[in-house]
Write a protein that binds this ligand. Structure first.
Ligand code: NAD
Ligand code: MG
Length: 401
């Protein structure tokens, strides 16, 4: 049989890509700043149309003057005046408050949302962008943990692509390109294990904020750094993967791989395993999601196989890192339990970051909140929002916030 390759373009013949206009939600964070680095390195491919920040108005102003977006949003309304004054006469619309995020997300001025807000706060703007028909590059994993069924269903109905930015999910997504008709047997999410890999509870009980926040391989925002140190991050990622790739809980495995070179793997029905590899650098999954389906050149440092590297793999210790076990319970039970887990975890991390809770106390707060917030098997969006509120109130009462 002869194959017809005539449809293929040579690189010179490839049609020039259209410049994508990026709506960057959470521009002052770790993912946000790295997204701007990617835009800065590829001015022919990307421009910035929206920038948003919670309260860091100085950085937001600086970013706005450098990238000249159509719109900026500052969530903390007390900073509106400062932003408005600094950007007056520049042709940039300045908005403030939580509702302004949703309003901006529904605007015509951009094509692709980089969803880089941290936590539950990212859910509503992302839903608003889906309604407006935007492509979503999703860094904010909590959106899928809280209401993954609602988000994926609405995206499917609107014919919208959700392209993962989380490095593990980007790895799986990249392994699945060209495999659309081949069922997945299972996926293997790799975890660095965080700064306390191999440690036991008698060590963890004394861990302080400064230890937990310093991740060995990745430089990230405060919340995800703590989640990585407790392994909750991997639990949230299991739930994220379930929705992104339409998997059953028993198709999702976790393996500790401290070098963070293999970013995750897919095993197919013929027992072939595909892995996506590289040095740990979030700019790669960020730019992959922004440029998809193309790959664009980068000057990031290359992995060298001939240098002495060891790639090691171990099972996770869920007896010590109980947060991962709790997330697995939520993954298997489903309903609003992942939403409750997420809300309790956000508060517990908040409490730990402010030295109100010890490292191991975070697990107690999450477990008790899961046991004391009413379970709903098939929640509506409103019920997810209500469960989040109830779980937050309960967790806050335990922490004395
Ligand atoms: P970060 O804390 O560094 O930044 C968060 C951004 O969201 C900031 O711009 C902040 O102003 C904004 N924000 C915070 N709270 C807000 C609120 N209530 N309302 C509106 N805006 C708010 O966080 P990050 O590390 O960049 O992570 C962002 C998201 O990406 C998280 O969901 C995280 O799990 C995910 N993620 C991050 C990394 C990483 O390497 N940093 C990797 C994978 C996934
Ligand atoms: Mg990740």
């Amino acid at each position: 049989m002869e194959f017809d390759f005539s449809y293929q373009f040579s690189p010179e013949e490839m049609p020039p890509p259209q410049k994508k206009r990026i709506g960057l939600f959470g521009s002052t964070g770790s993912i946000g700043k790295q997204t701007l680095d990617v835009v800065r390195s590829n001015p022919d491919l990307f421009s910035i149309s929206i920038l948003t920040a919670y309260s860091n108005h100085e950085m937001l102003i600086e970013q706005a003057l450098a990238f000249m977006p159509a719109v900026v949003v500052i969530t903390d309304t007390s900073r509106y005046k400062a932003v408005h004054e600094a950007l007056s006469g520049k042709g940039i619309k300045v908005m403030a408050g939580e509702a302004a995020l949703e309003e901006a997300a529904s605007m015509d001025c951009y094509d692709l949302m980089m969803a880089a807000i941290v936590g539950f706060a990212g859910l509503k703007p992302t839903l608003s962008a889906i309604e407006a028909g935007k492509t979503i590059a999703l860094a904010n994993k909590e959106t899928l943990v809280v209401a993954g069924d609602v988000v994926m269903k609405r995206a499917a109905e609107k014919g919208i692509s959700i392209i993962p930015v989380d490095s593990e999910h980007s790895a799986i997504f990249q392994c699945l390109v060209g495999e659309e008709n081949n069922p997945i047997e299972k996926i293997i999410l790799t975890a660095s294990g965080g700064p306390f890999v191999g440690k036991k509870p008698n060590y963890l009980v004394n861990v302080k904020r400064e230890h937990a926040i310093a991740h060995p391989n990745w430089s990230m925002g405060a919340k995800i750094s703590i989640d990585s140190s407790t392994l909750m991050n991997k639990g949230l990622e299991m739930i994220e993967a379930k929705w992104l790739f339409n998997l059953q809980p028993n198709q999702i495995e976790v393996v500790i791989h401290p070098q963070s070179i293999i970013h995750s793997m897919v095993q197919f029905q013929d027992n072939s395993i595909k892995a996506q590899m590289g040095l740990p650098d979030m700019k790669l999954p960020i730019q992959y999601a922004m440029a998809y389906p193309r790959r664009i050149k980068s000057d990031f440092p290359r992995f060298n196989f001939t240098k002495s590297h060891q790639l090691t793999f171990d099972p996770p210790d869920i007896k010590t890192f109980r947060n991962l076990g709790l997330a697995m319970t939520a993954l298997h039970k489903g309903g609003n339990l992942p939403c409750i887990l997420n809300a309790a975890n956000e508060l517990a991390v908040f409490g730990f970051l402010r030295n109100r809770l010890g490292f191991l106390d975070m697990t107690e707060v999450i477990e008790q909140t899961m046991n004391n917030t009413p379970f709903i098997a098939e929640p509506t969006l409103q019920e997810y929002l209500d469960s989040d509120g109830e779980a937050r109130n309960f967790a806050a009462s335990l922490i004395n916030l």
